[in-house]
Every structure is written in structure tokens, then in C-alpha cells.
Design a protein around this ligand. Structure first.
Ligand code: ADP
Ligand code: ADP
Ligand code: ZN
Ligand code: ZN
Length: 744
């Protein structure tokens, strides 16, 4: 431990922070609370974590620094006595199909050592058991376990001609240069539907090569549609593809289990090597709990020691509520909450001390039953001599804090101050939104709505679902519950949404993380604002757009200028020509009731509501206020709004619709106890307007407010996947097998 007792922060002003100064005890757990938008992330991530990372990077040589991400100086007078940070967030663990729970946590490496020492017949050293090395991988699929084929039925519309758009791939669209290589080849009648092609014509179109095509611009070599697709996509690693290309790739291909290794990824010799009847692929396919049993049964002296070590690592997975995962599970299929917990496991395996661990709502995705185990792991991290900072809303996690920092009093410009610091006991008595909401619970709803109909699901067997048949009622609020891994997302996000593709999914994924979108453009009122300006000034509406005519030529309407540095992460600076206002000077000479367009974009929704009298604009601004986003500025880049804020902005755009089905996965993520009341009122409005709402939730107050509950379980993975209860919330308590019933 370093000799200093506190991290000392003086004058933090990042985003909405109002000159915040505080001391955070080292070697302790500090939990940061406060309503969504109060400034918790601005303090913990944008200030403390960013500064810790920057200070750490400065300890490396200039050469090494060139390869590290660049962190700008946070807006803060000083931060002292920081330790090296480890940030455990909810970003998905990427890495493509070669990254699995086993490889990511390094547990797979231990398992390989076990097999190289105790497997029969003997194969070789550990790397012979890895599907990521040439010695171990299946030669057919190169260790992916799947083979991918182009699906011609998806790529071609055979009823159409080349000119009519028979090639459905966006890179092959009519008029584009790739399309011209076909249409100008002289090989085809461009108006003949593909279904009427002769065999030769079809073969030339799909597989032809080595024809020369002279376009006036270029001399292009001809590649048949299939050949071109294979060269551009199939021969590339999906993990390295851009998001666009990956989506296209998945749209036009079908994958099937590799016929040679049957999905086990390894070559025959390796798969032939067994311990107590299981090869390494089969052991990796076991759920963590089952693998622990298997390891416990080993008696071979060559195996016991390493097996004990493996079991210890595996126990961590079970402790944190991930006992239903197998080592072979691809990390790309894990949810945000699962990813974050997996990151914790990776760090629990190391023996570092005096680190600064920073976690963002680790309780996400956890059932009330499992929060106690999460707390145990946080305490373990602390007891190893680390400082642990946690942003969290769950009272059961806040309760284990050695120190609580409460931000507020409200959100955005109405927040940004530290309104309380002290112990959990003191927080309960504090006169802040967090303090006053702490022991308050919503009662179980007694007068529930009656369903207007039902949407049946029959014999669902995907993942762990055990032939599930269930009716989802319409016209009411349904909450789907159950421990992590019980099958909630599989049932709703996979099975249900496949049948009801028109349902509106409101998740917390970033809305248009594009630097040009802002609440004004996202909600559609920007068009009306521009029209109002045009009407008042006589100029064209396009002039008032920073995306077209009106944009500042220096920054192209971004307000910032990006400087690219060859080897380092570049940086952005406010545009010095327009001073961040995004418009060219002449646009700002026009006024609407005394304000320029730039003044308007700098208004909060609340201020704008008072300023505008135009009906349509007012309705949207009112909805923004109703969802608690009155403090957002109309021009704030959407890339800077938090997940919870983005979710409510989506809701604001939906409030006037009716007759739709809405699906939300853990909508309380990022929300304060007082925000949850607001969210529930919004959801009630949606249902009262005739909509159907389906939530996946762990939050007990939300579960109590449901009209209908579908509880899955009893446990995660193979021990789950059954419907334990369906009906109104009042009946759940009586359901013996339901863990949710015990906590409600
Ligand atoms: P919390 O973590 O408590 O939900 P944040 O720290 O994310 O709150 O946000 C505090 C306020 O600062 C919010 O009003 C948010 O919209 C705003 N904000 C966050 N990041 C930026 C940014 N990069 N630029 C401008 N405003 C921001
Ligand atoms: P919940 O939403 O209740 O946490 P999930 O539906 O995510 O549960 O998971 C149910 C079971 O299905 C778990 O055993 C999980 O490991 C498995 N599962 C979920 N997604 C996938 C996937 N993409 N591939 C393989 N197994 C999966
Ligand atoms: Zn294979
Ligand atoms: Zn500019």
C-alpha cells in the first residue's frame, strides 16, 4: 500500500461538474450514487479514470506512449495519489470467434496443460490442444468450428434482370462500378431476368473469370459474383471486418457446423486424447459447475495439482453467477453484464495489489439472489489491498460501501455537485434524492390490467429452453424474470422477436453515436426549427442546417477539428473559425425572436419549451421534459449522452404511438431509484394508450408493478430454461420453485 490514505481531487469541472473537490479513501470500496445525468460518470470515468490512465501512460517512454491511446488532460485542478487504474466496464468483449470464455480468462491455457500432462494417448505440449495454433486446429475450418457458405438465394433475386436490380448485395448495386463490369461485359442481356439465363450465362455471371471489360474510366478485370464475394469477404477474418462489412457478410452467408471436427475446432489426433472419457473440446463444452465436478473426480497424480488450480479459477465463475457458461462459449455472444463479470474474473486471477479498480454498475443482469455473491467479489478485490470505485444504483451493493459519494441534486445543469459523502448508514438519513428513496419500495400491484389477447410461443427449444410454450398477453405490461442464464433473453430477444420482427426494441445501445446527431435531429424537430427560422427571415431552410448549406467550411459543421497524428490517437479541438458554433458567420445574422440558430441549439429542452410556440416542436420538447430530459441541450452530440439518457430519448419519440409491441431489456440499467418511478409512469402511459410492453427485469420494484409475470428458471443454463410461473404478480410468492418469488 502506498503511504497516502486518500485520492485527493481538487476542482473537477468535466461536463456538468461544478468545481467538485473530494477525498476518496484508498484501500476501501467507494460507491458513487445519484440520478442519471447527475455527473457520476463525468467524475469517475471522465475525470478520475482518465487522469489515472494519463498519469500511468506518462510513466512509459515516448516510444511506448506512441502506441497507447491518447488521453487529454481532464478538466480538474489536481488529482493526487492515484494508483494504476483497471477499468471494468460493460463494453462487450470483442475478439471474433476465436475468443471464448476460456481463452479470455486464460482458464483454457490451464486446461491445455492438464490435457498435455494427463490425457491419453499422449499428444504433445499444451499448444497441440489450442484451436488457435496450427498444431491444434482442425485443418478444414482452421479452428473456427464452422464453415461459411455464400447463400445464393439471398444474394440474387432471380425474377429480376441485371438492370432491374437482380444483385442484392449493396456493393453490386445498379450503376455502381462493380455492376458495370457485368452490364458492360457484353456477356448478358441486361434486361433478361436471371431465371431465363442459359446455364452458360449463369455460370459466367457467378463464376466467370479472366474476361476483360473496358469501361471508359478504367480497364477492369471481370470477376463473377461468387468469386468477387469470396475474395472480398470469405477470405477475410470476420473479427477484422468493419461493422458494415460484417453485417453484409452475415446477411448473405449461412454457416454450418464444420463437417470434419463437428464444431470441436481441433484436429483428429487432439480430439482423440481423453481424460476419464472426455476430450478437451467436450470438457470445454461443460457448464462451469459441471466441469468443476469433473475436475474433482480426477485422481491421476499427474493431474491433481493442476486440476485443483483450475477448480479454483472455475469457482470464481460460479461465485459471480456465471456458473452456467462453458469455457467454449464465444465471448461475442455474452451480454454487457456478463462481459463485465467475466472481466472481473480475469482480474481476480491476478495477484496485483494497490490498484485502482473502477466498475460501472456491476449488478447489471444479476438476479437479487446473486448480488450478495457479487458483493463478496468486490470485497475480495478490496481485501487484496486495492481501491475499488463503483458506480451503482442497487441498494444492496451501496450497502457494502465503506464510503458513499452522492452526486446531484438533479441531472445535467441541475446536478454536478457532491451532495453527500459518508457511510451508508448516514446516507439513509441524508436529505438527498438517493437518501430519501433508499428504503422506499413500491407495493405489489393488486389491480392489474386485463390482457386484450395473447401472442403464443410454442415449443421453443433454442439454447437452454426446454420445449417452452407460453402465451405473452397483449395490452398489458409483462415482466420476464429469472436468474442470469435462465433463458430470458433467449425467449424474448431471440424466439419472440423472430416471430414479431415489427416489435419496437428500446435498448440502451448508443443511438446514432455519430458526431452529427443531437437531440434536435434525432427527434426530428430540427426540420421544423429550420422552417421557423426560414419563415422569420425569408432565407432558405437549408441555410440553417450545419449538415448542409449553413455549415462552417473550416469544420464542416462539426464544431470541432480533428488532428490526425500518424502513430498516436489524434485529438479534437474546438473549431477556431466558428468557435464551435458549427455555422458560417452569415447564418448567425438571422434571428428568430432575438435568437440565432446556434443560440437555439445551445438551449436545454426546458428552455426551448418556453421559447417556441410552434405546436409540433412544443409537443416533442414536452415529451423530452416528461421523460426527465429537460436538461439536455438540443445540440448536444448524441455520442455524449449516457445509455439511460439515450433510452429515454427513444421513449420520448414513441410516446404518441399506439398499438405497438415494445420490448426493453433491463430498462432500469443506469437509473436511480427516483428515475425508476419516472420510467414506470412512462411505461404505464404507453400501456394505457393501447400498447403491449414486455420487459426483462431484475429490479424488484419493477417486477411488483407488472400486470403479468413470466418467471424462468429455476437456475441458469441447463438447470434452467423452464417457465416456472405465468400470471399476475400476486401469485408469484406462492410458486415454490421460483427464486424470484422468494425475493419479491
Ligand atoms: P451520470 O453518470 O450521473 O448519469 P454523466 O456524468 O454521464 O451522468 O453526465 C452528466 C451530464 O453531463 C449529463 O447532462 C450529460 O448529458 C452531460 N455530458 C456527459 N458527457 C458530455 C460531453 N462529452 N459533452 C457534453 N455534455 C456531456
Ligand atoms: P438470461 O437472459 O436469462 O440471462 P440467456 O437467454 O442469455 O439467459 O441464456 C440462457 C442460456 O442460453 C444460458 O445457458 C446461456 O449460456 C445460453 N446462451 C445464450 N446465448 C447463447 C449463444 N449465443 N450461444 C450459446 N449459448 C447461448
Ligand atoms: Zn473443423
Ligand atoms: Zn467551424
Amino acid at each position: 500500500m502506498s503511504t497516502h490514505e486518500f485520492i485527493e481531487i481538487v476542482g473537477a469541472r468535466e461536463n456538468n461538474l461544478k468545481n467538485v473537490s473530494l477525498n476518496i479513501p484508498k484501500g476501501k470500496i467507494t460507491v458513487f450514487t445519484g440520478v442519471s445525468g447527475s455527473g457520476k460518470s463525468s467524475l469517475v470515468f471522465d475525470t478520475i479514470a482518465a487522469e489515472a490512465q494519463r498519469q500511468l501512460n506518462e510513466t512509459f517512454t515516448a516510444f511506448v506512449q506512441g502506441f497507447l491511446p491518447h488521453y487529454g488532460q481532464a478538466e480538474v485542478d489536481s488529482i493526487e495519489h492515484l494508483s494504476a487504474p483497471i477499468i471494468i466496464d460493460q463494453k462487450r468483449v470483442g475478439g471474433g470467434s476465436r475468443s471464448t470464455v476460456g481463452t479470455y480468462t486464460d482458464i483454457a491455457a490451464l486446461l491445455r496443460v492438464l490435457y498435455s500432462r494427463a490425457g491419453q494417448p499422449f499428444v504433445g505440449a499444451g499448444f497441440y490442444f489450442s484451436f488457435n495454433t496450427p498444431q491444434g486446429m482442425c485443418p478444414e475450418c482452421e479452428g473456427i468450428g464452422k464453415t461459411v457458405q455464400l447463400d445464393l438465394d439471398r444474394l440474387l433475386d432471380r425474377t429480376k434482370s441485371l438492370s432491374g436490380g437482380a444483385l442484392l448485395h449493396p456493393d453490386f448495386k445498379v450503376g455502381g462500378w462493380v455492376w458495370k463490369t457485368y452490364s458492360m461485359s457484353g456477356l448478358f442481356d441486361n434486361d433478361k431476368p436471371l431465371q431465363d439465363y442459359s446455364e452458360k450465362e449463369l455460370h459466367d455471371l457467378l463464376y466467370g473469370q479472366d474476361f476483360k471489360v473496358n469501361l471508359s474510366e478504367f480497364n477492369l478485370s471481370y470477376k463473377g459474383v461468387v468469386v468477387r464475394f469470396q475474395d472480398s469477404y470469405l477470405k477475410k477474418d470476420t473479427a477484422a471486418m468493419s461493422e458494415r462489412n460484417r453485417i453484409i457478410f452475415e446477411r448473405f452467408t449461412t454457416s454450418q457446423t464444420c463437417p470434419t471436427c463437428h464444431g470441436q475446432r481441433l484436429n483428429a489426433a487432439t480430439l482423440n486424447c481423453r481424460i476419464n472419457g472426455l476430450n478437451i473440446a467436450e470438457a470445454s463444452d461443460l457448464e462451469a459447475g459441471k466441469l468443476i465436478e469433473f475436475l474433482g473426480g480426477l485422481t491421476d497424480p499427474a493431474a491433481v495439482k493442476i486440476a485443483a488450480k483450475l477448480r479454483e479459477r472455475m469457482e470464481h465463475l460460479v461465485d459471480i453467477g456465471l456458473g452456467y457458461l462453458s469455457l467454449s462459449r464465444e465471448t461475442s455472444t455474452l451480454s454487457g453484464g456478463e462481459s463485465q463479470r467475466l472481466k472481473m474474473i480475469r482480474h481476480l486471477g491476478n495477484s496485483l495489489t494497490d490498484m485502482l479498480y473502477i466498475l460501472d454498475e456491476p449488478s447489471v443482469g444479476l438476479h437479487a439472489r446473486d448480488v450478495a455473491r457479487l458483493n463478496g467479489l468486490l470485497q475480495k478485490l478490496r481485501d487484496k489491498g486495492n481501491t475499488v470505485l463503483v458506480v451503482e444504483h442497487d441498494p444492496d451493493v451501496i450497502a457494502i460501501a465503506d464510503h458513499v459519494v452522492d452526486m446531484g441534486p438533479k441531472a445535467g445543469t441541475h446536478g454536478g455537485e457532491m451532495v453527500f459523502e459518508g457511510s451508508f448508514e448516514e446516507l439513509k438519513k441524508a436529505d438527498t434524492l438517493t437518501g430519501t428513496h433508499l428504503g422506499q419500495h413500491l407495493p405489489i400491484k393488486q389491480k392489474v390490467r386485463r390482457p386484450s389477447g395473447e401472442m403464443p410461443i410454442r415449443n421453443a427449444k433454442l439454447h437452454n429452453l426446454k420445449n417452452v410454450s407460453v402465451n405473452i398477453p397483449t395490452g398489458v405490461l409483462t415482466v420476464v424474470t429469472g436468474v442470469a442464464g435462465s433463458g430470458k433473453s433467449t425467449l424474448i430477444n431471440d424466439v419472440f422477436l423472430e416471430q414479431h420482427a415489427d416489435a419496437v426494441v428500446i435498448d440502451q445501445s448508443r443511438i446514432g453515436a455519430n458526431s452529427r446527431s443531437a437531440p434536435a435531429t434525432y427527434t426530428g424537430i430540427m426540420d421544423d426549427i429550420r422552417k421557423a427560422f426560414a419563415k422569420a427571415s425569408g432565407a432558405s431552410p437549408a441555410l440553417f442546417s450545419f449538415n448542409s448549406e449553413g455549415s462552417c467550411p473550416n469544420c464542416n459543421g462539426l464544431g470541432v477539428v480533428y488532428t490526425d497524428l500518424a502513430f498516436m490517437e489524434g485529438f479534437t479541438q474546438p473549431c477556431e473559425i466558428c468557435e464551435g458554433k458549427r455555422f458560417k458567420p452569415e447564418v448567425l445574422e438571422y434571428h428568430l425572436r432575438g435568437k440565432t440558430i446556434s443560440d437555439v441549439l445551445d438551449m436545454t429542452a426546458e428552455e426551448a419549451l418556453a421559447f417556441f410556440s410552434e405546436k409540433k416542436i412544443k409537443a416533442v420538447l414536452q415529451a423530452m421534459n416528461d421523460v426527465g430530459l429537460g436538461y439536455l441541450k438540443l445540440g448536444q452530440p448524441l455520442s455524449t449522452v449516457s445509455g439511460g439518457e439515450g433510452q429515454r430519448l427513444k421513449l420520448a419519440g414513441e410516446l404518441h404511438k399506439q398499438g405497438s409491441v415494445y420490448v426493453m431489456d433491463e430498462p432500469t440499467t443506469g437509473l436511480h431509484l427516483s428515475d425508476i418511478g419516472l420510467l414506470m409512469r412512462l411505461i404505464d402511459r404507453l400501456v394505457d394508450a393501447g400498447n403491449t410492453v414486455i420487459l426483462i427485469e431484475h429490479h424488484l420494484d419493477v417486477i411488483r408493478q407488472a400486470d403479468w409475470i413470466i418467471d424462468l428458471g429455476p437456475e441458469g443454463g441447463n438447470a434452467g430454461g423452464e417457465v416456472l410461473y405465468e400470471g399476475p404478480p400476486s401469485g408469484l410468492k406462492g410458486c415454490e420453485r421460483s427464486l424470484t418469488g422468494r425475493f419479491i
